[in-house]
Design a protein. Structure first.
Length: 378
């Protein structure tokens, strides 16, 4: 085995990188290379590499030792992965990304000792309408997933028999692996390959699950989406993923939220933007026009006399609400409708009106600010 790569090279950072830069760069790479997102085996190797690099470079003491003595120095002081990763708070690092739990689980599984491997997490995407976002929504998902086998109670051993301690790891579920680096031998632990980290093996397998302790089964999971949820938000339901092998804890259900575009409303955070057509006589004389809201109710929008088209009216606290009771505003872009078909009588009246208003000669138009309004319409 060759010399491990330089931690700075692994993260693509100069040796002068600040702690913030290390954190930022690692976070970015980890999101890219996480096995739940990137199935490429090469990415898995890279993922291990960046985790080690981060464990060292994110800790002032480990980084100082590494800078002076290189891999050998670090390996001597922090010989096992448990030592190396102790104190690295991955959950904190990924909080809010929707991946904090995945990372928490991943690292407790990979480095936390214990050996028992959790079940796989299941990722699903759920599309919500803006109406559902406004109200909050409940969805029932039908999933086909590995669940604990009822015949053997998840142990994988045929009824009346028991799992036996693994001979290879003597029941610890872990395997010691020595590795050489810079002339120094050091030892790390990995899940035992004979029992896949379980510490025990099945000698007479359960027929229903062939010794795995799990069977594929359909299940329904209820999901609650709070009002105001954002497009791209991630939810996780602990333990709603696949059952773990041999009775190990289940993985999680990870839900990615998509909010479908709406025909009449656009959204920015909790604010909504809608366009409302008003007849030109309402714009001229003032009046009210009905705007249908997301909950189906009608909002009377008051239009002041002489309101030009393109005006944006803001109705405070009529936007989306969120679970904490905050509420956004509703912005209404007025679109003044000009009659397309004109009856002879209407033509007469309009001509008379034009004479009365003296609008025969165009007045100086105002271009100022028009681009801004165009921008708002996108
Ligand atoms: Zn079974
Ligand atoms: Zn074993």
């Amino acid at each position: 085995m060759g010399t491990p790569r330089d931690h700075y090279d692994v993260l693509g950072l100069p040796r002068t990188a600040s702690p913030d830069e290390v954190k930022k760069r690692y976070r970015q790479l980890a999101l890219e290379l996480h096995p739940d997102r990137n199935p490429d085996p090469a990415a898995q190797e890279r993922f291990k590499e960046i985790n080690e690099a981060y464990a060292v470079l994110s800790d002032a003491e480990k980084r100082a030792v590494y800078d002076r003595f290189g891999h050998g120095g670090v390996d001597q002081r922090w010989a096992t992965p448990e030592d190396l990763f102790r104190g690295v708070d991955f959950e904190e690092l990924f909080r809010g990304s929707g991946l904090d739990e995945i990372f928490g689980n991943l690292f407790s599984g990979a480095f936390g000792g214990g050996g028992q491997r959790r079940g796989r997490s299941i990722q699903v995407e759920v599309e919500l309408s803006l109406e559902e976002v406004a109200q909050g929504a409940r969805r029932t998902l039908e999933l086909e997933r590995l669940a604990g086998c009822g015949t053997c109670g998840g142990s994988g051993a045929a009824p009346g028999t028991q799992r036996q301690a693994c001979g290879t790891c003597r029941g610890s579920g872990q395997q010691r692996v020595s590795r050489g680096g810079l002339g120094i031998q050091f030892v790390s632990t990995m899940p035992c390959s004979a029992c896949r980290g379980q510490g025990s093996v099945v000698t007479s397998p359960c027929k229903a699950c062939k010794g795995d302790g799990r069977v594929r089964r359909e299940a329904e999971v209820d999901l609650d989406f709070p009002p105001g949820i954002e497009d791209g938000a991630a939810l996780s339901v602990r333990g709603a993923g696949e059952a773990g092998p041999a009775g190990a804890p289940a993985g999680d259900l990870l839900v990615q939220v998509r909010v479908a575009p709406h025909a009449r409303f656009e959204r920015r955070g909790l604010d909504l933007l809608a366009s409302l057509q008003v007849p030109f006589h309402v714009a001229a004389l003032g009046g009210a026009a009905d705007l249908q809201l997301l909950d189906g109710s009608a909002e009377k929008v008051q239009v002041a006399p002489g309101t030009p088209g393109g005006t944006v009216l803001t109705l405070e606290r009529k936007g989306l609400r969120d679970a904490r009771g905050r509420r956004g505003d509703l912005h209404v872009l007025l679109d003044v409708a000009v009659p397309q078909r004109v009856s002879p009588r209407a033509r007469e009246l309009l001509t008379e009106l034009a004479q009365e208003l003296g609008e025969g000669a165009p007045r100086k138009g105002k271009l100022k600010g028009a681009w801004g309004k165009l921008g708002k319409r996108d």
